[in-house]
Ligand binder design. Structure first.
Ligand SMILES: NC(=O)c1ccc[n+]([C@@H]2O[C@H](COP(=O)([O-])OP(=O)(O)OC[C@H]3O[C@@H](n4cnc5c(N)ncnc54)[C@H](O)[C@@H]3O)[C@@H](O)[C@H]2O)c1
Length: 319
């Protein structure tokens, strides 16, 4: 199949691209490199350093005529969306609509969309939270992800576009950005390697910090591969179904890295949900997907990846 992946130079997108290439698909990547890195894109892939809001996007789709569009490009920060809702809407919603328009105009058969289970289930009283939970919104990021899902359903009705929405839990693994507030696993590992204390968001009701559902990026990439041929018109949670407190996650990493740097605790910021954990049982029936990498295995692999980068860069500095 011919697949256009937006955000394919980023953390999740590049792992998705790698999986598609390994499965023998032809891949085209569109990414403005605002947070992605060109070295994340595997060889043999056509790459366009273009913004999803730019007019060139339609030309790229017209030239390549992909069967599938997989949309991972986004402004990914919940807190940034609260500070600048217009920017979030411009990238995450207007960008999506431009991509949808170009897709239906040039005969794309199916659209796979990276949504957020954590942001949409925003402090649900039902934990783990199923897809049927009526979303509550604590950020423009969550609203825009949800509106994108609604646009997909509308474009499906109007133009017959097939789609699968994958609502991710907290994805972690190699190539995750260590800047900003998302990507707590990579941020904690980086802090430990630099002997810097990490800050854990908490409040009076949650002394061990906020609780999250962690899913390893290889498992997420596999869900994107299964969605190429299954799961039409479905919205599916992609998570582990297990809640992990942030302090416990930190102590697991300390254990793996054989170090002890006491964390600091700070007030949970507005917009950051206290608990999120996805009920991912439905996707087993629909895609035949379940996570195969458990948390300890995934953390060990991620630590190995960041340690390698850290020690190679230290060696370069010494030479
Ligand atoms: N990381 C998670 O835990 C998580 C959870 C839920 C949903 N998601 C969603 O998954 C997707 C990928 O997230 P990620 O964690 O890999 O983030 P990331 O920042 O590593 O990847 C996003 C990529 O999109 C590119 N990009 C951003 N704005 C663009 C634009 N206007 N035009 C073209 N390219 C643009 C960036 O350069 C980057 O390569 C996002 O849609 C995000 O909302 C991520």
């Amino acid at each position: 199949m011919k697949i256009l992946v937006t955000g394919g130079a980023g953390f999740i997108g590049s792992n998705v691209v790698e999986n598609y290439v390994k499965s023998g698909h032809e891949v085209i990547v569109v990414d403005n490199l605002s947070s992605g890195k060109i070295e994340n894109i595997p060889s043999g892939v056509s790459f366009y350093p273009v913004d999803v809001r730019a007019d060139e996007l339609e030309e790229i789709i017209a030239v390549h005529q992909p069967d599938i569009v997989n949309h991972h490009a986004a402004q990914k920060s919940v807190l940034a969306s609260i500070k600048d809702p217009l920017l979030d809407t411009d990238i995450n919603l207007i960008g999506m609509i431009k991509l949808l328009n170009a897709s239906v105009k040039h005969g794309v058969k199916k659209f796979i969309f990276a949504s957020s289970g954590g942001a949409l289930s925003g402090d649900a009283s039902q934990i783990p939270t199923p897809e049927s939970w009526v979303p509550s919104f604590s950020s423009p990021y969550a609203i825009n992800k949800y509106v994108c899902e609604r646009y997909l359903a509308l474009f499906s009705d109007l133009y017959g576009l097939d789609f699968t929405v994958l609502r991710y839990a907290n994805v972690y693994g190699p190539r995750q950005d260590t800047a900003g507030e998302s990507g707590v696993v990579s941020i904690f590992i980086q802090n430990i390697l630099n002997h810097v204390p990490s800050s854990i968001f908490t409040d009076l009701t949650m002394p061990r910090g906020t609780a999250r559902d962690y899913v390893y990026v290889d498992d997420v990439a596999q869900a994107n591969t299964l969605a190429l041929s299954r799961g039409n018109l479905e919205i599916l949670n992609i998570g582990s179904g297990r809640e992990v407190y942030t302090a416990d996650l930190y102590f697991k990493l300390e254990g793996i890295m054989e170090t002890h740097i006491p964390p600091t605790y700070s007030e949970r910021p507005v917009g950051d949900v206290a608990r999120s954990c996805l009920d991912s049982t439905r996707v087993r029936d629909v895609l035949g997907w379940e996570p195969v990498v458990d948390l300890m295995q995934g953390l060990v692999r991620t630590v190995t990846y960041y340690k390698d980068i850290h020690f190679r860069s230290r060696a370069r500095e010494r030479n």
